[in-house]
Ligand binder design. Structure first.
Ligand SMILES: [Zn+2]
Length: 140
């Protein structure tokens, strides 16, 4: 089954809202990074109906610190995705959150050359209209 990707008015792809992802997206709208937490296995990401470790569904949403470190990254200078071309060069990073899970996002607010593995970052939010993205910037 093919599900259409939603786009903002400016043509940027936006996250698809589902009953499972809605609390995460509502948190982002409020400037909060929310993660699901299993009572047995701890925090996990991405929004999903069951814990990836024990498959339990008795997890809860909790606000995360928003702090993490760059685990890995690449710099997109080509723009294979035409919807992202005006944002180039774009740092696509895997951020290891303080709570443990790793999250793919963008690092903004600094030159791509200044990004390093292990760099401390904090969540920041970009309003795209229908939804809000969770991005990261160097920690203050
Ligand atoms: Zn679990």
């Amino acid at each position: 089954m093919r599900v259409e990707q939603p786009f903002s008015e400016a043509g940027r792809p936006i996250p698809r809202r589902t009953p499972t992802s809605a609390p995460f997206l509502d948190g982002a709208r409020e400037g909060k990074l929310r993660l699901q937490r299993c009572p047995r296995d701890g925090f996990f990401f991405y929004p999903r109906p069951r814990c990836p470790v024990c498959l339990g569904d008795d997890w809860t949403w909790q606000e995360a610190s928003g702090r993490g470190r760059v685990y890995s990254y690449t710099v997109d200078r080509v723009g294979l995705d035409p919807t992202q071309r005006e944002r180039l060069p774009l740092v696509v990073a895997i951020v290891e959150l303080e709570e443990g899970p790793r999250m793919t996002s963008n690092v903004i607010g600094c030159a791509p050359e200044d990004v390093q593995v292990g760099m401390a970052v904090e969540a920041t939010f970009e309003d795209l209209g229908p939804e809000t993205l969770v991005l990261f910037q160097p920690s203050a």
